[in-house]
Design a protein around this ligand. Sequence first.
Ligand code: ZN
Length: 159
Amino acid sequence: MQSLIQAMNSSDLAEVPEGIGDIDWIRAAGMAGQRHSTAVSLWQLCELGDLRAGRQAVAGAMAEAVKLGNEERAAEAAATVIEWMMHPTCKPCHGRGFDLIPGAGRPTLSDHACTHCGGTGQRPRPWRDDEKALYDRLTELQAQAAAAIIKRIKDRAGA
Ligand SMILES: [Zn+2]
């Protein structure tokens, strides 16, 4: 459930009572999955590598693209964005954002930003506007789903 936890903002997370186990997260994610199926299937596909969620994730993303008025390129935009979400890490720097100091005994970061990602640690996104809009929409849906999961867990715990 690391992926869910990362998706939630830290102030929300601080309010979650102690003693919440994986089973509680999974149960809450399952319930949220019924109403937030696109967001949850994207997590399953992109963060957990569960390819069985691929069909639902792509169908959900395409539906969102259509809602954004992008009927013509819905499939293409969904493919571009989901492919990036499956592999967001900059390969040359392994997500560190900075080059390593050559010859250092242990991996040591230099102060040279990685030239491939400009220090972000993420793969570049040379996207069209409709693809950027779809990405924003999908991350918004994931934030909503994360909030729903947090709420459910808090309610269960009686917090
Ligand atoms: Zn990089």
